[in-house]
Design a binder for this molecule. Structure first.
Ligand SMILES: *Cc1c(COP(=O)(O)O)cnc(C)c1O
Length: 963
């Protein structure tokens, strides 16, 4: 065989590494399905009317090495300066043991959200540590397991307060000394809900206004540490809530808000070992007093018991959440920031209370020493109290001093034309202090040496607000301080969990595909990791280029005209997309257009997001085939024709069906003056084959953490780009704090202009290494693999809502298939949950349980799973079907069989009294291969009801751990 040099040089083999089945596997898969070729299968499955006429225009695929080299060039256009900007983002030392064994470890980053409690005990323990860390430091009763960022956490705190207080006021009073991005996002979120935000000096505002809540920052954004005790009493007298955005590191030294009566406390945990990453991802936190806990937004991990009476973790109070409560949910949050919450909690485990206090005292001492030095230079420091931040009146010298700092490799915060801010952190050194004093000195002035006064300097913490109470006294924060122990603790937890590094995770709608290592490598490059989101724009030039290229490529993939990468989860993309639709209607004077039609099969985030933009949800029926019932849609369009704002559909539908009449549906909604929102979570069935922007969609969000390879991280981070057609581009989110304003006037939806910027290189790498052909092949193989699974299981299970395609075994599905277990329930008592738990004994993470149809399992294999793994899964499902038959036939009792008792722990199997109707071998090794490769569930089946009745969301008491 001969090759040209050019062909050899440019060969990209990445596509073959990303896609699981080999070329010869395809022939076998096709023959099981009954399709002649991949092309034939795709044209049977995907309606001709929506097929894209031409290929995506993307740069030709390159190899891993070439893509990394190209991305390195982009990264190098970023300039990494030392940051003294503060404003919620700080330098931090990520302990090496956490960097390598969590952030860079697929056992942690490829895990899914812990809905299946038994295989998620490790990450839930880490999240309970996070919740305990937050409640201890803030002095609050209850904290959730992470929020998307500090600004959205403040917005969620606002609506939590609104739901919970007696005051009927529609006004929230916000301190002007909150971080500006927080104020901006709170304004964005308040406006569609009819809430007014009044910003100013709190003392005065509280005296003059009625309100339902007050939002303060502690310490304040520009450094001062306010004493909010009297104010809190005044706010409570109005039956309103006190919300405090607080810095956790400062709270090691300051009286926590919970001790002086705050109702809700929120903030960021970025400085606990998570790089700034130009704004994200990192975990924000939200804590509240006991009375508010059942109304708390976001995921919450609680302690319950398993079938053997042992303590076990699981997600608590899920009935608050969007997937159950829909438009009445406490928020639309689905994907949060689990990986980063785990990192921050491990930082607290690693340093313990003593270490954290030492870090905080060091920062506070450096700050006090710097303040004295600045005073000696003749500067006026505006804040008399300080933890880490000083505001310095620099008058006419503002530009000159800021420029000197930049020239020496550092950024200061420009608070105003006459005031500069300096924020110190864990990474600040003595040399930094000398530099800072030099930059603030004038020509010829002698720069004083800090050694002259450092000994006698007192911290600038207010007298009455110094922390007296202890915190983090639990053993977990006091036992893992040697690196050996820390390493083993991290390993012990990850060993309890099933992630993609051990098994396929066939979760329908979640697209758990390969997160290639070369995609992950760049995220910790300093040029991406160590940038402040509000550094001068020219220092972020690499990120700008990354943004420009990635949005152009995603426009190609979706057929849309404009994209914003700001939303930091799919739910936030939905919110931003609906804001765009709302903004467009308002710009045309159509204030009455507030009805949002949503099919009953929609993901819970859809109705929850619609509610957040002030729309009223009207549910549209689905027909027997799982399609939107067009007659019902037509009737509802007609009924609401003057008020119709939008329809939100998912395509292919959440049932995994390509609705042939989707164009008609879009046209109908357009006729009635509404806009079409296409939820893009199922884009893995479309990329390169069909584009929502071409078949009638006006807006979509993507989930880069599904289709575009960002790992799920155990429940975040995500990126949810919002994509729109031409006339909606002006209504994409802006970011005034970062100097980005759009014509439509929609404000920021995330704290940082590029949202979870630091994980964008992952999707960039994926597209760059796949190219147009590779991406299209991925879509086709995803469809092929789902149809293969459907075909193999069709003789054993009912395939729900299959396309009924003649000659295609399994009937023809899109990229996922629903197995209907309801018919088996009657005959055997075995339900979908029992099958999900039994799969754990077979070494699998369950498919999506009871969504979009109760009593079903939805399987999405993705293109990345090799045929051998698809077969291992099908073999397990078929073996489980035979087990169900044993129950149907009365061989095993309905209440005592391997399904009802799953998962089986080693402990329960090794117990000397085994009184079940089936053998231990049947329980543990139902298939021979399991003898050689076995995952042991660390706990038996977890009791959800017990946990919600006995709500407990902190580290287990020592007495429980003892035995
Ligand atoms: C995952 C998903 C969402 C929500 O995305 P998050 O990133 O988890 O907020 C919305 N719709 C559908 C159909 C989904 O599968």
């Amino acid at each position: 065989m001969t090759h040209t040099l050019a062909a050899l040089e440019n060969a990209s083999e990445f596509t073959a590494r990303h896609i699981g089945p080999w070329a010869d596997d395809e022939a076998r898969m096709l023959s099981v399905i009954g399709a002649a070729s991949r092309e034939a299968l795709i044209s049977t499955i995907v309606p001709e009317s929506i097929r894209r006429p031409e290929a995506m225009r993307l740069p030709a695929a390159v190899s891993e090495a070439q893509a990394l080299a190209e991305l390195r060039g982009i990264a190098q256009q970023n300039q990494v300066l030392k940051s003294f900007i503060g404003q919620g983002y700080h330098g931090t030392h990520t302990p090496g043991v956490i960097l390598r064994n969590i952030l860079e470890n697929p056992a942690w980053y490829t895990a899914y959200t812990p809905y299946q409690a038994e295989i998620s005990q490790g990450r839930m323990e880490a999240l309970v540590n996070f919740q305990t860390m937050v409640t201890d430091l803030t002095g609050m009763a209850m904290a959730n397991a992470s929020m998307l960022d500090e600004a959205t956490a403040a917005a969620e705190a606002m609506t939590l307060a609104k739901r919970s207080v007696k005051s009927k006021s529609q006004v929230i009073l916000v301190s002007a000394d909150c971080h500006p991005q927080t104020i901006e996002v709170v304004r964005t979120r308040a406006e569609p809900l009819g809430l007014s935000v009044v910003v100013g000096e709190l003392q005065q505002l509280v005296a003059e206004h009625d309100c339902f809540a007050v939002l303060a920052q502690y310490p304040a954004s520009t450094g001062h540490i306010p004493d909010l005790r009297a104010l809190t009493d005044a706010v409570h007298a109005k039956q309103a809530a006190v919300i405090v955005a607080a810095d956790l590191l400062a709270l090691t030294l300051l009286t926590p808000p919970g001790e002086w009566g705050a109702d809700i406390v929120l903030g960021n945990t970025q400085r606990f070992g998570v790089p700034m990453g130009a704004g994200g991802p990192h975990a924000a936190y939200l804590a509240c007093k006991d009375e508010f806990k059942r109304s708390l937004p976001g995921r919450l991990v609680g302690v319950s018991v398993d079938a053997h009476g042992n303590p076990a973790y699981r997600l608590a109070l899920q009935t608050r959440e969007q997937h159950i409560r829909r438009e009445k949910a406490t928020s639309n949050i689905c994907t949060a920031q689990v990986l980063l919450a785990v990192m921050a909690s491990m930082y607290a485990v690693y340093h313990g209370p003593t270490g954290l206090t030492r870090i905080a005292r060091r920062v506070a001492s450096f700050t006090a020493v710097l303040a004295e030095g600045l005073a000696r230079l003749g500067h006026e420091v505006l804040n008399t109290t300080a933890f880490d931040t000083l505001s310095i009146r620099t008058g006419a010298r503002t530009d000159e001093i800021a420029a000197r700092a930049v020239a020496s490799g550092a950024n200061l915060r420009r608070v105003s034309d006459t005031v500069l801010g300096v924020t110190l952190d864990e990474t600040t050194t003595r040399a930094d202090l000398a530099d800072l004093l030099l930059w603030f000195s004038t020509e010829g002035q002698t720069v004083p040496e800090v050694s002259e006064w450092e000994a006698g300097v007192a911290l600038r913490l207010p007298e009455g607000l110094q922390r007296q109470s202890g915190f983090l006294s639990h053993p977990v924060f006091n036992s893992h301080h040697s690196e050996t122990e820390m390493l083993r603790y991290i390993r012990k937890l990850s060993d309890k969990d099933l992630a993609l590094d051990r098994t396929m995770i066939p979760l329908g709608s979640c697209t758990m595909k390969l997160n290639a290592t070369s995609e992950m490598l760049p995220i910790t490059w300093p040029e991406f990791a160590h940038l402040h989101p509000f550094a001068p724009a020219e220092q972020l030039a690499g990120y700008q280029l990354l943004n420009d290229q990635l949005t152009a490529w995603l426009c190609q993939a979706t057929g849309y005209a404009g994209i914003s990468l700001q939303p930091n989860a799919g739910s936030q993309g939905e919110y931003a997309g609906l804001l765009a639709i709302r903004g467009w209607h308002l710009s045309r004077g159509d204030e009455q257009r507030t009805i949002c039609l949503i099919p009953e099969s929609a993901h819970g985030t859809n109705p929850a997001s619609a509610q957040m933009v002030g729309m009223q949800v009207v549910v549209v029926k689905c027909d027997a085939g799982g399609n939107v019932d067009l007659d019902d849609l037509r009737a509802k369009c007609e009924q609401h024709t003057d008020k119709l704002a939008a329809v939100m559909i998912t395509y292919p539908s959440t049932f995994g069906v390509f609705e042939p009449r989707v164009k008609e549906l879009c046209a109908l909604v357009h006729q009635h003056g509404g806009r079409v929102y296409v939820d893009g979570a199922n884009m893995n069935a479309l990329v390169g084959v069909a584009a929502p922007g071409e078949f009638g969609g006006d807006v979509s969000h993507l989930n880069l953490h599904k289709t575009f390879c960002i790992p799920h991280g155990g429940g975040g981070p995500g990126v949810g780009p919002v994509c729109v057609v031409e006339d909606l581009v002006p209504f994409l989110p802006g970011h005034a704090t970062a100097g980005q304003v759009r014509a439509g006037g929609v404000g920021a939806v995330s704290a940082a202009p590029l949202g979870n910027a630091a994980v964008l290189p992952i999707s960039w790498m994926y597209v760059r290494m796949m190219g147009a052909e590779g991406l299209k092949a991925a879509t086709e193989v995803a469809i092929l693999s789902a149809n293969y699974v459907a075909a193999r299981l069709a003789d054993h299970y009912d395939i729900h809502y299959s396309g009924g395609k003649a000659g295609i075994k399994g009937g023809g599905v899109a990229h996922e298939c629903i197995l209907d277990l309801r018919p088996l329930k009657e005959a055997s008592g075995i339900g979908a949950e029992d099958v999900a738990k039994r799969l754990i004994d077979y070494g699998f993470h369950a498919p999506t349980l009871s969504f979009p149809v109760a009593g079903t399992l939805m399987v999405e294999p993705t293109e990345s799973e090799p045929l051998a793994e698809l077969d291992r899964f099908c073999d397990a499902m078929i073996a489980i079907r035979e087990e169900i038959r044993q129950v149907e036939n009365g061989v095993w009792p309905r209440e005592d069989n391997p399904l009802k008792n799953a998962p089986h722990t080693a402990e329960s199997l090794l117990s000397s009294d085994w009184a079940h109707a089936y053998s231990r071998e049947q329980a543990a090794y139902p298939l021979p291969a399991l003898r050689r490769n076995k995952y042991w569930s660390p706990v038996g089946r977890v009791d959800n009801v017990y946990g919600d009745r006995n709500l407990f969301c902190s580290c287990l008491p020592i007495s429980e751990l003892a035995d």
